[in-house]
Design a protein around this ligand. Structure first.
Ligand code: NAP
Length: 497
């Protein structure tokens, strides 16, 4: 089978704007879909000339509201518009629409015959905007009435299990078809279209991606430059990162950049999953060789593992799982990543007599405490839930305290180095707001070294405040990078740097 094609959805209000978008993204795409439903009424009168102007294979689509489009003028007008798009067929088929998308329940034989007569292929589509579609193989086969259509199903998986089933039900389909999973959980079906034997995957330009917000398109540059889409084939080894809600992650750019740099046929994708069980079942179905594990699954994943590294045993959290002949093995690269990042930030190899405050007592704090213990540091752990701070502190004979104004003095004592590990401040923007600053009760002296493991935004409100009075500050990107390099070595056996 050929590799899956990249089809750019055009949803501008005018043909001129759509053509500009085609020009901008031409190098990243194979074909386009002219979404006539998004054109203004006047512009719709000129669709016939589009394929000749765009000079790229084009799908003619007029999508109704019920199927995720914006066309509301009724079936008679839609039929007329389709006919306008197919009229005056040219001997040079490149000047005609290459494909026409007709929904399964839109049966107009004259349109279909005209399309066949002039070399325009029919995509016979079905959309479920509310839920998954079951038995994809049988369902797709039943949509090929004449035997010449390309059946297409787009549906809305409700969870990762629905997506796993989509891959399972399409892995052996041997006729041309299109399958895509929409919404939050569907991303893997778009990047791994080739593993579903899908003829194409749809993308949208950043300029109009909001038109496809609920459908979940990514842009053509990201699918190429971050996910190396054109290099993905049946033999591509799969890795990924699982978590929930897994909103923004820089890990795919780091890992996929590494595969490109070292010529490794592999791809690393985000896998949004509410449960660890679903994530592991997905990984098994796709024969994935390794996963990064992030919030909130770093502890839950332990019950899915066949063995763990010494570090995972000591830290009690796992951020990397590797498929081996003996099953899934868990590692923790957060600790090594943080150690390297911290020593680089401090510009030393030892902590000496400096005292360390760890803010938080979750999975990341556990890795931080392990590192500070390894470096023989003196430390106090501050957390909203004091019992969790105590449990972690007791492991290493550290001190612990609550996270609030009542702990101001003890924080002053342990503030030579502050390592912020809570999720407070992540994704924050706009004017300063105390709720995004876990240390809002604390006045920085300007001498502290402050490391915030959050890296989005680049500077959290707490880091901004610390820096403004002269503290040395650093965000968590260095930790992310170094822990990802460690994962990369575990996954591929190749050293990243
Ligand atoms: P986690 O296990 O869920 O722990 C979350 C921590 O944040 C807990 O200490 C929790 O306190 C605290 N917290 C959450 N909301 C709070 C609030 N409103 N007020 C006070 N405390 C609050 O998560 P994690 O795995 O440790 O991850 C934490 C953050 O680190 C995430 O943003 C994650 O993205 C980031 N991280 C970055 C890297 C990197 O490479 N840079 C690596 C790992 C994690 P309670 O115990 O009281 O609930």
């Amino acid at each position: 089978m050929q590799r899956s094609k990249i089809c750019l959805c055009l949803t501008c209000p005018t043909i001129k704007e759509d053509l500009e978008v085609v020009e901008k993204y031409r190098n990243w795409i194979d074909m386009v879909e002219l979404r006539v439903d998004f054109l203004t009424k006047d512009e719709r009168l000129h669709i016939r000339k589009f394929p000749n102007l765009a000079k790229i294979p084009t799908i003619l689509t007029i999508r109704r509201k019920t199927d995720g489009g914006v066309f509301i003028e009724g079936e008679a007008s839609r039929t007329t518009l389709f006919a306008r798009g197919l009229a005056y067929a040219d001997q040079d088929i490149r000047k005609n629409f290459a494909f026409i998308d007709l929904e399964e329940d839109f049966q107009v034989p004259s349109l279909q015959d005209a399309a066949f007569a002039f070399g325009t292929k029919v995509i016979r589509s079905f959309h479920d905007m509310k839920g998954p579609v079951y038995n994809l193989g049988d369902r797709l086969a039943s949509m090929c009435i004449t035997g010449y259509e390309i059946p297409k199903i787009a549906c809305l998986p409700q969870n990762l299990s629905d997506v796993t089933r989509m891959f399972k039900e399409t892995e052996n389909i041997d006729f041309e078809h299109i399958v895509c999973g929409m919404g939050d959980f569907g991303l893997s079906t778009r990047i791994l279209a080739c593993k579903m034997n899908s003829f194409l995957t749809y993308v949208s330009p950043t300029e109009t991606i909001e038109n496809m917000a609920t459908i979940g398109h990514i842009d053509p540059i990201t699918i190429n430059e971050v996910y190396n889409f054109k290099a993905i084939d049946k033999s591509t080894t799969l890795y990924g990162i699982t978590g929930y809600p897994l909103k923004a992650t820089s890990s795919p750019a780091i890992h996929n950049g590494g595969y490109r740099k070292f010529g490794i046929n592999a791809v690393y994708i985000p896998i949004k999953s509410e449960t660890v069980e679903e994530a592991v079942t997905f990984a098994e179905q796709l024969d994935m060789k390794g996963l990064s594990v992030t919030v909130p699954h770093k502890e839950g994943i332990l019950r899915e593992l066949d063995s763990i590294s010494t570090e995972v045993g000591e830290i009690g959290a796992c951020n990397t799982i590797l498929k081996t002949p003996k099953g899934w093995v868990g590692y923790n690269t957060d600790a090594r990543g943080l150690k390297q990042a911290l020593l680089e930030f401090l510009g030393c190899t030892k902590l000496g007599r400096r005292k360390v405050a760890i803010i938080g007592a979750g999975g990341a704090a556990k890795a931080a405490a392990y590192v500070i213990h390894e470096l023989r540091g003196r430390c106090c752990i501050f957390n909203r839930t004091v019992s969790k701070a105590r449990d972690l502190a007791d492991r290493y004979n550290f001190k612990y305290a609550s996270l609030g104004i009542e702990s101001q003095e003890i924080l002053e004592e342990y503030s030579d180095i502050i390592i912020q590990t809570t999720s407070i401040g992540m994704g924050s923007s706009g004017p300063y707001n105390e709720k995004d600053d876990p240390l809002s009760f604390y006045t920085f002296r300007g001498e502290e070294f402050v490391y915030d493991i959050i890296y989005y935004p680049e500077k959290t409100p707490m880091l901004e405040r610390a820096e403004s009075v002269g503290c040395n500050v650093c965000n968590g990107y260095s930790m992310l990078k170094y822990q990802a390099y460690e994962q990369f070595s575990l996954f591929t056996g190749v050293k990243y740097e």
